[in-house]
Each structure stands twice: as C-alpha cells, then as structure tokens.
Write a protein of this length. Structure first.
Lengths: 301, 270, 371
C-alpha cells in the first residue's frame, strides 16, 4: 500500500497531482476559506467584543439593510463607479494611443516603451506619496504647471477640496495603469499579421479605414481582456487612497474597497466591512469570469 | 530622418510619463527651503542628499529589514509551492486541470483590501497574530501564488512535452525528469516571475498595515504612510525615504526590463 | 520468440476509444512499421509500448515480461522522437550518455560506447556542441545515437524522418535500415508514409481508427490486401476503385456496369452482385499486350514528371454504376507519353491484377472455387 503510493508519486500521475494539491491546499486555507468566512461574517454580528468568539449572533440580512441605509453608502458607490469608469477609460485610451505610437517602426521603440513599466513596479504607496507632493496646494508642481499654462488663476487644493479629491486619486491611478494597458495592447497589435494591412491597403483602404476595419475588430478579445483586467486592478487599488486622501475630505474621495477596510480596522464595524467586501468580491468575480472567457476565446481562436 | 524624429517624440513621451519619478529624486536632492520656492526649481541649486540623516530619523533600516523579511518569506513560499503546480498544470490536461486553473485565476483577482477583514479575524482567532510578520507572509503568499502559477505555467508550456517523454524513456522517474530536464529549461521564467513576486511583496501595504500592530515590526510602506499624515511637510525627507526605498526596485527593473515585459505579457493573455 | 507481445490491448480517453483490441507480436530482431493515416492511433500504440501512455485493458509484454504497469524506465526501450527531443541544455555527448549515466554505468564503458556510436553515425566532431548548433540532419543523428548507445530491448521510432527534407529523408531511410541490419535490434517504426514503411520494414502493420487492418510483409500487403482500405493505402499512386457488376457466373465483370467494358477475371468470384473493382494505376497499360483484357477510355488530363506519366481517364458507364459523373481512372506508365487530353485510348490489364471488393464491407472477395 505504502510502496504503491510511493511508486505513483515517483513514476505515476501521483507526482503531478501532489504538486497541484500542495498549492491548491494552501490557497484553500489562505484564500478560499477567508472568502467563505467573509460571507459568513457578513451575516453575523462581529465587532470588537465578538471578534475572538466562535459563537456570534446571527443577523441575517440585517447587516446589508443597515449598510444601505447609511447616508454615505450611495456617495461611496457613486465615487467607486466614477473612479473605476474614469480610470479604465483613460488608461485604455492613453494606453491604446501609446501602443499604436510604439507600434511604428523607429529605433529604440521597444526599449523606450519598456521604460513606462517603471511606474508599475514601484510600490503603490510610494507612488501615492510622490503624487501627494505633486498635488500639494501651495507648492505643488501640478498647480504651477496649470498656472503657467494659463489654465487656472487660483491654486487648486487637490487633496483637501471635496470637488477635486476624487479626481486627484483617479489621476494618480490612471498614471499607474497606463503602462500595463499599453504593454498588453501592444502584444495584441503585434499579433495582427502585417499582410492583412497590406491587403487592405491594396484594396484601397486609408490609414483610418484600416484602423477601423482591421485593428479594432481584430483587437476585440484583447480589448475585452484589457478592460476586465483594468476594472479588476482598479477595484484592487487601495494604497493610493491611503497615501493621498484616506477617503476624505468627508468621504469625497472614498471608494468601496477603502471604506470596507475603514469600517473593519478603524471603526471596528467588522460586519459592515464584511458586507462591503462580500458585495465587491462578487463584482470582481463576475468581471474576472468575463476576463477568463475572453482570454480563452482568444486562445482558441 | 523621419524615424529618428519619432524616436525623439517617444523620448519626450517617456520623459513626460516618468516625470513623477524624476520629481521624487529631484526633491530628495533639494534643501528644505528650496522646495517651498515659487516657481519650483526643476533642478536643485546645489544637489545634496540627506541619506544618512533620513535613514536614521525615519528608522528606515528597521522598516526595510522588515519588508525584506516579508518579501523573502513570501517569495520562498510562492516559488516552493507554485513551481511544481505550474509545471503540473502545464503538462497535465483534463477537466480537473481546467477547474483548478479557473479557480486559481479567480483567486488571483481577489482584492487584498477586501480579503484582509476575514483574514484578520480568522488569524486573530487561531492566534496567528502573535507572529504578525508570519501572518503577513502567509496572507501575501495567497495573493502572489496564483499570479506566480499563471505566469510560470506559461513558461512551462513552452518546454516541449517530448523532452519529458525522452527523459522517461531514457530511464528517469517523473520526479527526476522534472528536476533534471524540465526545471533547468524553465529556469529563466521562474527567476523572472520570482523577482516580480519579490518586488510585489516588497511593496505590500494592506496586510502589513492591518495585521502588524507593533511599530518595530512594520514595513517600509507602513512607515511611509505614517509619515504621510495630513500635516506632512518634510517633503525632502519623505522623497529621500521614497528614493532610498524604490531605487533598488528600479535598478532591478532596469536590469531585467526586457524579460519582465515579455514574461508579464505571456502570462496575462495566454 | 517474440520480443514484444500485445494481446487485446485497448486504450480510451474518457469515452473516446483510441486503440481497439490490438493484438500484435513482434519477433525478436524484426523491423516492424506501424502505418496509417493521421489519427489512426499508431503513435499512441508506440507510446503505450514505451510506457508513456497507460493502457486501459489487455496485456503488453516486452521480452516475455508483462509491463502493463511498469513506468518507462523499467521497460528498457529506447525511442527516437519526431521532434528529436534533444535536451537543449546538454551537449551532444551528454544527450547521448544521459541514459547510461542514469543507470550509473562505469565512466570507461560510457566513453567507449560514445566513441563507438560517434564512429557509426559520424558524430565525432559534434560531441561538444549543443543541439542548437546542429543542422536538422545532425540532430536526427544525435537522436539516433541516444537510442543505439543503450543496447535496449527494443527501438521505438516515432516518425523520425518527417522533419527532414525529401533528399535527406531518402538517405536516412537507407541508413536506418543498414543500422538495423548491423545491430539486429527489434524495432517498431511509426510513419504515415507508406513508402517509408514498405521500403524499410520486414513487417508492416496497417492501422485505421485505432484498429489493425492488416499485418504482413510489405509485398503481401501490396499483392493481397484484405480490404479496400489497405489496397488504397498501400501503393502510390493509389489504386483505382471502379463500381462493377460480376457476370458470366462470376468469371467476368462489367466496369461501370457497362457491357462494353467487360473484363475476364483471373479467378472466379461468387457471382451475381455489384462489386468494386480495384485496378492499380501501374498495372494499367495503354493498348494492352499479352493476356491483357482491354476496355475503351477517354483521356482527360496528362501529368508528366519525365520519368513517369500519369494519365487521368474517364470510361463510359451504364445505369447500374450510379447516375451522373463519369468513372475516373488513373494510369501510370514510365517514361514520356504522347497521348493528349481528348484522345480515345484502349486500356489493358492482366486478369490476375484485378482486385474485387465488396462495396459495403470493403473486404476483398476471395476466389470462389465452387463452379
């Protein structure tokens, strides 16, 4: 029995199975279990006092009802939608423009394009710190630049003015997301065979027509993947909010994932934090399923 | 002529994009008086660094050490558990493998800021928060492991299956074929992905902030965030701190840039 | 004495049966070719012998020992892969000696064997190189060297020549054959190329859809195919199949059901039925000489390669042959032909060269001695 087990581990499928099960086991304990536990807690009363207890009062959907009735809930939902949609639109637009530009054949294109990823490897919190300094009201370099360009007459207090705080966080996040969008779109563009463009050119299509009739449709599944990944990464963004505004002033720049953390770790309303986390994870999982589908679609095509 | 013009445009675009990074280094080289000048100077009058002073006053050594420990632990767990799984998922086919892959992809996208609540509560209940850095390593590895498996799997799929078959026929066991033939051939991909995991966990923030209470055990990101409060005005110090923290990251990036780019793209879209 | 014995072997992936009740015995020292169209299971069969695929049921013996559940390393077989599967991170010498080193053979013995094999295959100058630095033909030789250095119980070849260009393939064909004569080792050789199978093997196994169609010496398969599939697969260009009716109490047939195309048979078949007549292009002659039976045809197209000419022809057909298109035939003759499309010609064939098949089962209809 034991020797048979050893034999399949060494020579049979048992070896591969053991390798996968080790990793899956780890993920079950440290990722899948918390995921389920999160849902459980969203139906329980969890606060400072019941934190360590295994026997907590069951509250059913009350936690969800309470959450929706909070005055800030809708503002934060609105902020999250604006944050995600603006981030994705501008990351994609600027990333696509850069990808198209670097697709042109000139010396150093690959190396210069790679430099853009420097922003991406830096810790989010450091990026947040740098942008906080750039956004600074009185001595910030952004206000200086806008002033010199004649776009503003009075300094904007990016981080403390409720009208601008969310925009500031969004701008920093767009900056972070551009390189990844650009690189993925470049890969998609490079995958379109040159001779299709040549054929279209012989057919009499001009540059714009070629872009609309060849590039855009053939990039379809890549665009799908990049947009879903953009949404996923934007919903993971936490460090920038923490560094720049902490959701303030008065929730003007607060977004769901930060709010969830605030409730769990600053006001110890852990049930409420779990409710937000559960709802947001559901959104992420749906987007991820779309992403996986579009990638598999592309793979089989 | 026209092509070198394009190179010029590209350089300008890259410079514009990387301005924040430049601004960090330039600010770090200014004096405290100089940063509050208006208009701001784009190059310091007399560049000088306060590395040593910042290192001491911000307790940076302690913070960086903690970040290094956590990044090393996370990377070790990720590579040990992830490499074999990535290989198996690349070489074995079937329904169970597809299910496992899908599950791993799904676990990869879970935002740490949302997962940290149940992890905190559960770790607290089982007493893991007694070892806060270990707790951070365990939680972070659950985030980096799926990422690593997906990218590494792409590397393994590029090693032809017939090489394993040849090794088996030549007289090796499956374990031996994996260790002697397939692993050496996937070495580069494993290395690059490992570096990416290391960089990621070296800059980790949410878990460290939430699971580590003791100031002495906190990481460089958490340190930076505590100095970043609303009344922060020592921007020279903060940018020096940031420069000291990210320069090694940027150096590693510059050295491995080409490979990082190709490694990332192969995993995300295939 | 059989070196490889396969009895009632089945192999399925889920519901898909890829090998169906395979029974085959490979004599010690034989060179056996497994041949068939792509997807017929020939590579899978080879891989089950190597132990790279598990079998679902049946028994598999190598040198008299049942190896069903043994991993490849306990089977002591060597394999040459289609892609060669040379270890890219090892030199040529390390590639070849890998198996010996795994078996902890003494260094001296390994060195001697390397010298021998390098001599046989002409690899002496390449031993220090990595596979990357080799040409396709050289890689192929190293793959061969890696196999023969071991003196295994059997050699398994998985389409080893299909990645070479045509002229090199012909050359390597001869070399592998010579190598086999010299070493005398039992070999199983998978190929989709029937010419490779016919020229190299002592024994050819024709597979289709995971089942064995026929096993035999190359010329036996050519002369006595058991069914329409084997008849069509072996021989190039492929055999012509023409709907026909047996008449004259089974002694003659009408090609295309047309009374004008009446051919006497060498041997009588059971009479009174629709059949398929099999006519090999190289057995057809223009004009017809000697004992040949003849029929009329119209030339549709002519393709000449200089050494050979292939003539595509149509023959008249009657109502029974099915409505519509004319029945087409290919004729092959050596040299250059002067016929042109549109010419009316007389085509002849020796009665002994006419094959007859059942149109439904595809089985060859044997001679029926009963009057």
């Amino acid at each position: 029995m034991i020797s048979q087990l050893l034999k399949t581990l060494r020579d049979g499928d048992g070896f591969e199975a053991a390798l996968v099960l080790a990793a899956i086991g780890y993920l079950l304990v440290f990722a899948a279990f918390p995921l389920v536990y999160n849902i459980v807690m969203s139906f329980q009363e969890v606060d400072m006092f019941s934190l360590a207890s295994f026997d907590r009062p069951f509250r059913g959907l009350d936690n969800y009802r309470d959450l929706i009735q909070r005055p800030e809930a809708w503002e934060i939902l609105r902020n999250t939608i604006i944050f995600v949609s603006c981030s994705v639109v501008f990351q994609l637009g600027l990333g696509f423009a850069l990808a198209l530009f670097f697709q042109l054949d000139f010396p150093g294109a690959g190396a210069i394009r790679g430099l853009f990823l420097a922003g991406w490897v830096m810790p989010g919190l450091v990026v947040g710190a740098i942008w906080k300094w750039i956004f600074a009201g009185d001595f910030g370099v952004l206000n200086y630049a806008l002033h010199s360009a004649g776009l503003i007459d009075k300094n904007i207090f990016w981080l403390s003015d409720p009208a601008y705080a969310l925009a500031a966080v969004t701008i920093a996040n767009i900056w972070l997301g551009i390189p990844f969008n650009m690189i993925l779109l470049s890969v998609g563009l490079a995958g379109i065979p040159e001779d299709i463009y040549e054929a279209a050119e012989l057919d009499g299509a001009n540059r714009w027509q070629r872009f609309m009739s060849i590039t855009v449709p053939l990039m379809g599944s890549t665009l799908g993947a990049v947009i879903s990944l953009g949404i996923i990464f934007t919903l993971q963004q936490f460090d920038l909010v923490a560094a720049l505004t902490q959701g303030g002033p008065a929730n003007a720049s607060n977004i769901a994932q930060y709010w969830s953390w605030q409730m769990s770790f600053q006001t110890y309303e852990i049930s409420a934090g779990s409710v937000v986390a559960t709802l947001m994870i559901a959104v992420v999982v749906v987007v991820a399923a779309i992403y996986v589908r579009s990638v598999q679609h592309e793979h089989s095509a | 002529m026209k092509r070198s013009l394009l190179t010029g445009v590209a350089v300008v675009l890259a410079a514009l994009y990387l301005f924040p990074v430049y601004w960090m280094f330039v600010t770090a080289m200014k004096t405290s008086g100089e940063i509050f000048q208006y208009p701001p100077a784009f190059w310091p009058a007399s560049p000088h660094f306060q590395f040593r002073a910042v290192f001491a006053s911000y307790n940076l050594g302690r913070y960086i050490w903690n970040s290094l420990l956590i990044a090393t632990g996370t990377t070790a767990i990720t590579i040990v558990l992830g490499t074999g799984a990535a290989y198996a998922l690349a070489y074995v086919r079937g329904f169970a493998v597809n299910v496992a892959l899908f599950a791993i992809l799904m676990l990869q996208v879970l935002p740490p800021s949302l997962m940290v609540t149940p992890i905190f509560v559960a770790f607290n209940q089982v007493g893991l928060l007694e070892w806060p850095r270990v707790a951070v390593v365990l939680a972070t590895a659950a985030k980096t492991l799926p990422f690593y498996i997906i990218l590494c799997r792409a590397t393994f799929t590029q090693v032809p299956r017939e090489l394993r078959d040849a090794a088996l026929v030549d007289g090796n066991s499956r374990v031996g074929a994996f260790l002697h033939i397939i692993l050496p051939l996937a070495r580069n991909g494993i290395l690059i992905t490992g570096v990416l995991v290391f960089l990621q966990s070296f800059g980790e923030y949410v878990y460290s902030r939430s699971l580590i209470a003791d100031k002495e055990l906190q990481t460089a990101t958490v340190g930076l965030s505590t100095f970043l409060g609303a009344d922060a005005n020592d921007w020279v110090g903060l940018m020096t701190y940031s420069s000291l923290y990210v320069t090694p990251i940027l150096l590693i990036f510059v050295v491995l840039q080409r490979r990082i780019v190709s490694g990332l793209t192969s995993g995300a879209l295939k | 004495m059989f070196q490889i014995e396969i009895e009632h072997l089945n192999k399925s992936y889920g519901h898909a049966r890829v090998l169906k009740d395979i029974s085959l015995q490979v004599p010690l020292g034989a060179f056996v070719a497994l041949v068939g169209p792509s997807g017929c299971g020939k590579s899978t069969l080879l891989r089950t012998i190597a132990g790279l695929e598990k079998i679902t049921s049946g028994t598999l013996k190598i040198a008299g020992v049942v190896v069903n559940d043994k991993p490849p390393r306990e089977r002591d077989v060597a394999m040459v892969f289609q892609s060669y599967a040379l270890y890219p991170h090892m030199t040529v010498e390390d590639n070849m000696t890998y198996a010996l080193r795994l078996r902890h053979r003494p260094k001296r013995e390994i060195a001697e064997r390397v010298a021998d094999v390098a001599e046989i295959l002409g690899l002496g100058l390449l031993l220090g190189r990595t596979p990357r630095a080799l040409s396709g033909g050289q890689r192929q030789r190293v793959a061969m060297g890696r196999a023969i250095i071991r003196d295994p119980k059997a050699f398994l070849f998985d389409e080893p020549l299909s990645n070479l260009d045509a002229s090199l393939r012909v050359k390597m064909r001869g070399e592998i054959r010579k190598l086999h004569q010299r070493l005398g080792a039992t070999s199983v050789y998978v190929t989709h190329d029937q010419i490779e199978a016919m020229t190299m093997a002592d024994m050819v196994v024709v597979l289709r859809d995971g089942a064995i169609e026929q096993v035999g010496a190359p010329l036996t398969l050519y002369q006595q195919p058991v069914n329409r599939f084997v008849a069509g697969f072996i021989g190039s260009p492929a055999m012509n199949f023409v709907p026909a009716i047996l008449v004259d109490d089974g002694n003659s047939l009408l090609l295309g059901g047309d009374a004008a195309c009446r051919l006497r048979l060498g041997q009588r078949r059971a009479p009174g039925r629709a059949v398929l007549a099999g006519l090999r292009p190289e057995h057809l002659t223009l004009g017809g000489v000697g004992k040949a039976q003849t029929f009329a045809a119209r030339v549709e197209s002519v393709e000449g390669t200089g050494s050979m000419t292939f003539i595509e022809m149509s023959i008249a057909h009657g109502a029974t042959a099915g409505a519509g298109d004319a029945v087409m035939l290919t004729l092959a003759q050596s040299g250059i032909s002067t016929v042109r499309p549109g010419d009316r010609v007389t085509v002849g064939i020796d009665p002994a060269d006419i094959y007859v098949f059942d149109p439904d089962s595809g089985l060859a209809l044997q001679a029926d001695p009963a009057p």
